[in-house]
Design a protein around this ligand. Structure first.
Ligand SMILES: [Zn+2]
Length: 401
């Protein structure tokens, strides 16, 4: 793990600093790496709008691995990480890990499978089609490019690299998920054959690798079979495939820490495949992960009394969601009342305290004031019901987006 994080830091592509970038910017940034002798670039297809979809190949080993990222145009974390890995593979010519990978693996990367979507930072391609629901029908040129590449190289292992939402917890009352993993099922009965069992072992390697770094923030993605999704069908087609979903970590709005963790996780997984060490990993490191639990609120203020101007205090909790869940800005009132069962990323214990919604949160009319759901959540938390009592904490609604 520490080696992987050192690689992530030392070989970070400096021109990519945030998670929103066009294909043009990306390929310019990685150009010095991919034009080095060790890496080979091929065009594997064209997007609907005609942008080239390129693969980058490294190594000459007998085991073939296929990694693809950003088939959803607004999920760029792994694309950043792949750029850093290209730089490592191009420059770290005396690193033993790099040599092992080169000798034993043929690694084919497809960074940014959906460049048209990335242009607008949207999930779907230019026709509004979710490419990850096109694995069966193959109507999109992007989906066909991936399937065609798979059929040509027949990879032993695959990595399906995505981002998931920030409002997901590791288990019913767990922490916010940083990384979710899945060895996708290949059929409705979710059974394991050799192909899927190998994928589970590789996922276990990743869970084990990241476990200390983001303890309690790794989860297992829902394993309902999806007959239209690439991960599931890759598994069915015979490629041991692992889904990696980058979620969110505290104070990481541009997912730069998650980018580094992706580098470390992918290098550890590739090394385990190269050496064969994955075969002796305990699958329980994957099986014992808590499941993804979606739908969390961003903040729950629990135990207090709400004070509206001119009214008696009411015993009520307030749940908030941010307009930008990653940057945690633009809080809005999501729910008010007895919310003790609501799960949230952060909980503020306001027992014995008074919640004073401020003017931006209030609607004023002839009949009085209203606190309405969806209102900007400007709330002062005070010691008393009196608006002049001691201020404990302020939630400001005007967070920049
Ligand atoms: Zn995705």
């Amino acid at each position: 793990m520490s080696h992987g994080l050192r690689v992530a830091e030392q070989y970070r592509v400096a021109a990519i600093t945030g998670r929103r970038f066009s294909q043009e910017v990306y390929w310019r940034a990685i150009q010095p790496s991919i034009s080095s002798g060790g890496l080979r670039t091929d065009e594997v297809g064209r997007s609907l709008q005609g942008r080239p979809i390129r693969s980058v190949t490294f190594g000459t080993g007998s085991t073939t691995v296929l990694l693809w990222s950003q088939m959803h145009g607004d999920e760029a974390t792994a694309t950043m990480a792949l750029g850093d890995i290209f730089r490592f593979l191009a420059e770290a010519t005396s690193d033993p890990l790099r040599e092992r990978l080169r000798e034993r693996l043929t690694i084919v990367f497809v960074p940014m499978l959906n460049p048209d979507g990335a242009e607008l930072f949207q999930r779907e391609n230019a026709a509004g089609i979710d490419i990850n629901r096109d694995a069966r029908q193959l109507a999109t040129p992007e989906g066909r490019a991936l399937k065609g590449l798979r059929d040509r190289i027949r990879p032993d292992f695959g990595f399906n690299l995505h981002d998931q939402g920030a409002r997901v917890l590791a288990g019913p009352r767990g922490r916010q998920v940083g990384i979710a993993l899945l060895a996708p099922p290949f059929s409705n009965d979710r059974r394991y054959d050799d192909v899927r069992a190998r994928a589970r072992l590789v996922a276990a390697v990743i869970a084990h690798t990241l476990g200390d770094e983001i303890s309690g923030r790794i989860a297992r993605y829902d394993d309902t079979f999806n007959p239209r999704a690439f991960g599931d069908l890759m598994q069915q087609w015979g490629t041991s495939t692992v889904l990696i979903e980058s979620g969110a970590l505290p104070d990481d709005p541009e997912k730069q820490r998650l980018r580094a963790l992706n580098v470390a996780a992918l290098l550890a997984a590739l090394d385990a495949i190269a050496t064969g060490s994955y075969a002796s990993v305990n699958p329980n490191a994957y099986e014992s992960l808590p499941g993804n639990r979606g739908g969390a609120s961003d903040v729950l203020i629990v135990g207090g009394q709400v004070v509206l101007p001119g009214m008696s205090p009411l015993r009520a909790d307030i749940a908030l969601t941010y307009e930008d869940a990653l940057a945690r800005t633009g809080p809005r009132v999501r729910d008010v009342g007895d919310l003790r069962e609501v799960v949230a990323i952060d909980t503020i214990d306001a027992s014995g305290l008074f919640l004073h919604p401020q003017p931006p949160a209030l609607t004023t009319g002839s009949g009085g004031v209203w606190l309405r759901l969806g209102a900007p959540a400007a709330i002062d938390i005070r010691r008393g019901a009196d608006a002049a009592s001691e201020l404990v904490r302020s939630i400001v609604a005007s967070g920049e987006r």
